[in-house]
Design a protein around this ligand. Structure first.
Ligand SMILES: *[C@@H]1O[C@H](CO)[C@@H](O)[C@H](O)[C@H]1NC(C)=O
Ligand SMILES: *[C@@H]1O[C@H](CO)[C@@H](O)[C@H](O)[C@H]1NC(C)=O
Ligand SMILES: *[C@@H]1O[C@H](CO)[C@@H](O)[C@H](O)[C@H]1NC(C)=O
Ligand SMILES: *[C@@H]1O[C@H](CO)[C@@H](O)[C@H](O)[C@H]1NC(C)=O
Length: 475
């Protein structure tokens, strides 16, 4: 009897973890230490992922209800040598989220609180709050917060990788606006990290998921009355013959802190999926100023112009289409300093060929350009996020739904990345951490921060428990 029980426990702890549907002693042990509202389930339907390509397939999902639940779950799983991953928006697409049936997904979605101090200068953001939650709460509080530009993405997940967004031209990256973080560490401790903790405050702001689970953060907020919380934004649509002219005009454009510009190679959508170029210019100011500032782009002659002055909660509506979860999206990113029009013609040709394939019409090539003046001069404490010197960030998203197309999608995606790398004007390959595919070396993603990150990793997470996000390793 004793040996039988031992065998059952052994199986539970090793091969199966809590993979089976009946409640194992193991699972009951965790349930007993979680708060009453937390649940343990064996389906990921409540925590879908943006991309199904190489997506984690955990046997078990722990839906935490409190920040403390995260700490006890980390302690418990670490003690029993069970591999785990935290999920917020589920948009991270890196191909190293290798969590299988014996792994556990810690779903942070219930930690979606967003609160403000009475002066509206600080926002406390839960690890489960998505960007749309933060913007809605900020607007209701006559405030603004530096977030990413997709409403569906986890706010802190994006922020810990650096955090580009509409307001960064004025206020710097999201990492520059983080004041403190509550973190469940690999050691099992649950701590509040501030600038006084030089190691972890630096490491978490750029490589957060490699050092722990941030359950909430206090970020700077900026009081702005609703009536003034407006910007000029929308879509300018161009035909494919404008590829070179647009690449050159973006290359020549000077962005002031009030401006950003995105270029998408996309399609008209169902039923025709006609390839089109979409430019989304952003200007924090009046329409007249905006049209003057973007006159070189407008002069190229969009066939459709949907720009207007929009309130803060509508700035992200342009990216709503990219929020759709599901489908396969092996995405390749690169950072570079130069746009070469003839190379963008090659990329357009590759894009239009791929987008013609069955059910691939939602594929996208995205180029993001922000004003970096403030972000480069900002007096925030240093962060491991290394991209302040990178002018352009781009990502190619082959988007389809049959695994039989994986190889051709990877060839298309990595081929476009090769073009960016070879003609982008940099001597080393670079990638924004949140845009990495997963095959990059640490230096490509973390650049100059790599040696210190590797040293801190060995110190704070010697067993590399937090290995799934871009794996920091010294080999
Ligand atoms: C933990 O599990 C991994 C594989 O899942 C195994 O390689 C390792 O030896 C285990 N460690 C301990 C201390 O049991
Ligand atoms: C940015 O826009 C605001 C609001 O329209 C304006 O007051 C400010 O002067 C602009 N700043 C720059 C640098 O253009
Ligand atoms: C693939 O996508 C198409 C178009 O979006 C849809 O009609 C089809 O049902 C999808 N197939 C699968 C297997 O998801
Ligand atoms: C950069 O990436 C390309 C492939 O995209 C590769 O051929 C080249 O060797 C890389 N350069 C460095 C310095 O690693």
């Amino acid at each position: 009897m004793v040996s039988h029980l031992f065998l059952v426990l052994l199986l539970c702890f090793t091969n199966f973890a809590f993979g089976s549907n009946s409640k194992t002693p193991f699972e009951l042990g965790l349930k007993a230490i979680l708060s009453p509202s937390a649940t343990i389930v064996h389906s990921t339907s409540g925590a879908p992922r943006w991309s199904e390509f190489n997506a984690p397939v955990p046997g078990t999902v722990v839906n935490v209800a409190t920040e403390k639940d995260v700490q006890v779950t980390v302690q418990y799983l670490t003690k029993h040598n069970i591999t785990f991953l935290a999920q917020n928006g589920g948009h991270g697409w890196i191909n190293s989220l290798d969590l299988y049936q014996n792994g556990v997904l810690i779903n942070l979605a219930a930690l979606d609180f967003v609160t403000f101090n009475s002066e509206k200068t600080k926002a406390t953001i839960g690890g489960g709050a998505i960007v749309g939650d933060v913007i809605a709460a900020a607007y209701a509080n006559d405030a603004q917060v530096v977030t990413g530009n997709c409403n569906c993405v986890g706010t802190l997940g994006a922020a810990l990788g650096g955090g580009y967004g509409n307001l960064m031209g004025i206020h710097g990256f999201s990492v520059d606006n983080i004041l403190s973080m509550k973190v469940a560490l690999p050691s099992g401790k649950f701590v509040t990290i501030t600038a006084a903790d030089e190691d972890l405050f630096w490491a978490l702001r750029g490589a957060g998921p490699n050092f722990g689970i941030v359950t909430s953060a206090v970020m700077k907020a900026f009081p702005v009355p609703q009536a003034e919380s407006i910007a000029w934004f929308g879509g300018l649509f161009y035909t494919g013959d404008k590829v070179e002219a647009l690449a050159q005009a973006i290359e020549d454009l000077t962005l002031t802190p009030n401006m950003s510009i995105f270029q998408y190679y996309t399609t008209s959508g169902a039923p025709d999926f006609t390839p089109t170029i979409l430019i989304t210019p952003y200007y924090h100011g009046s329409e007249a100023e905006a049209r003057a500032a973007f006159s070189s782009i407008l002069a190229i002659g969009p066939y459709l112009d949907t720009t207007s002055i929009l309130p803060y909660p509508e700035w992200n509506l342009g990216s709503e289409g990219f929020c759709t979860k599901g489908g396969r999206k092996p995405s390749y990113g690169a950072g570079f300093d130069l746009l070469v029009p003839s190379d963008w013609r090659k990329i357009w040709n590759d894009y239009t060929s791929f987008a013609k394939l069955p059910n691939a019409g939602n594929s996208v090539v995205l180029l993001e350009v922000y004003s970096l003046e403030v972000a480069r001069s900002i007096k925030a404490p240093p962060a491991s996020f290394p991209n302040r010197d990178i002018r352009y960030n781009a990502v190619v998203i082959p988007w389809y739904n049959s695994s039989s197309m994986d190889t051709i999608a990877q060839t298309f995606g990595s081929g476009v990345r090769d073009i960016w790398r070879s003609s982008g004007g940099l001597t080393t390959n670079r990638t924004y951490v949140n845009f990495a595919y997963g095959d990059e070396s640490n230096e490509v993603v973390y650049h100059d921060s790599t040696p210190r990150l590797q040293r801190l990793k060995a110190k704070y997470d010697p067993h590399n428990i937090f290995s799934h996000w871009f794996n920091i390793r010294s080999d």
